[in-house]
Design a protein around this ligand. Structure first.
Ligand SMILES: [Zn+2]
Ligand SMILES: [Zn+2]
Length: 336
């Protein structure tokens, strides 16, 4: 089989030939049908994740069919179509036991310490997996955890969303943003999408946000004018470049889910403003099993569609370049 390997931090990825791996206890082998390209993968190449074990097969957005299973695998059979968490939870710590396995302290990420999905086959622990109940778009399955499940987690597990709540989505044309718009609408939100790029407006319109703001600077005045005081929820999919404006776009008592961190910098935190208006800022990492299942249910209903471009896995360098240049329109999906 072929796989895409990171041999050295900061160096071009290599396409290499390997034997198809064998599953260990509690593991299955999945034939990859589709994998998504995540900004995390780009940051991994750049050396932002110190635990990375080299050489490494990159990729953690896993969608495919089980072709082999090891001992003590229960509830999964050869031929099952599956979605996967991007990590293996330990199943035993306080977080795993309370449904917060996304912050399990012993979790191991695919494409970081375990070989990942930029490959024809990948070994996956059964604790990561959810079996598909219906056939859905494989692109959707690939991002059902890392994008859809994560945004579902951000929206539903921290105070929820009521119908008519105003939701601001930054980085609206990106892989997270274009889906966050749809997910917020699915949950009844009135969505304001923010982009810095005029040329992306018609693309963003394709997922029908209620408003689009084009701004390279402070968009909070426009948001306040549109909403008469600010939004209930911000889904911050960019990070430092937009964080301060997003914070100022919140209404009194509004909250922000911080998902993106494109330049790995930290913005200043105006404590007075946050105290005065009782704003809540919460970090969001990946998805839980529960939010992955919910994401798949939304997919079966057709409530949200995967949006992006498909490329060959073997064109991965080109795919990463698109992300580095901020040129992605939705997600980049790779096919082995
Ligand atoms: Zn991802
Ligand atoms: Zn755990």
């Amino acid at each position: 089989m072929k796989a895409v390997v990171l041999e050295e931090i900061g160096k071009p990825l290599q396409i290499k030939e390997f034997d198809v791996p064998r599953p260990g206890k509690g593991e299955v082998v999945i034939k990859i049908v589709r994998t998504g390209v995540c900004y995390r993968d780009v940051l991994t190449v750049d050396g932002f994740f110190p635990r990375v074990k080299l050489p490494l097969v990159l990729g953690h957005e896993i969608a495919g069919v089980i072709v082999d299973k090891g001992d003590r695998v229960e509830g999964f059979e050869i031929g099952d179509k599956v979605a996967s968490l991007p990590y293996v939870p330990c199943g035993e710590c306080e977080y795993c036991k309370t449904g917060r396995e996304n912050i399990c302290r012993n979790r191991r990420w695919y494409g970081e310490v375990l070989d990942g999905s930029y490959s024809e086959y990948v070994v996956v622990d059964q604790r990561s997996l959810v079996k598909l109940e219906k056939d859905i778009d494989w692109n959707y399955v690939a991002i059902s955890s890392c994008v859809i499940g994560m945004v579902v987690h951000a929206i539903t597990d921290f105070g929820g969303i009521r119908s008519g709540d105003r939701v601001l989505v930054t980085g609206a044309s990106g892989g997270v943003g274009i889906h966050a718009i749809q997910i917020a609408k699915y949950f009844g939100g009135v969505v304001i999408a923010v982009t810095s790029k005029e040329e992306k407006v018609s693309f963003i319109e394709s997922v029908k946000p209620d408003h689009i703001i084009v701004s390279k600077g402070d968009f909070s005045k426009d948001v306040k004018q549109l909403t008469g005081g600010g939004v209930d929820l911000v889904i911050e999919a960019v990070g430092e470049p937009t964080f301060s404006y997003s914070l100022r776009s919140l209404k009194w008592g509004g909250r922000m889910a911080v998902i993106g961190n494109v330049n790995v910098k930290s913005p200043p935190l105006p404590l007075g403003l946050i105290i005065l208006r009782e704003n809540i800022i919460h970090g969001v990492i990946s998805s839980t099993k529960k939010s992955l299942r919910k994401a798949l249910e939304i997919g079966y209903e057709g409530g949200v569609k995967a949006v992006g471009v498909e490329m060959s896995l073997w064109e991965v360098e080109k795919a990463h370049e698109i992300l580095r240049r901020g040129e992605a329109r939705g997600r980049v999906f790779l096919k082995p």
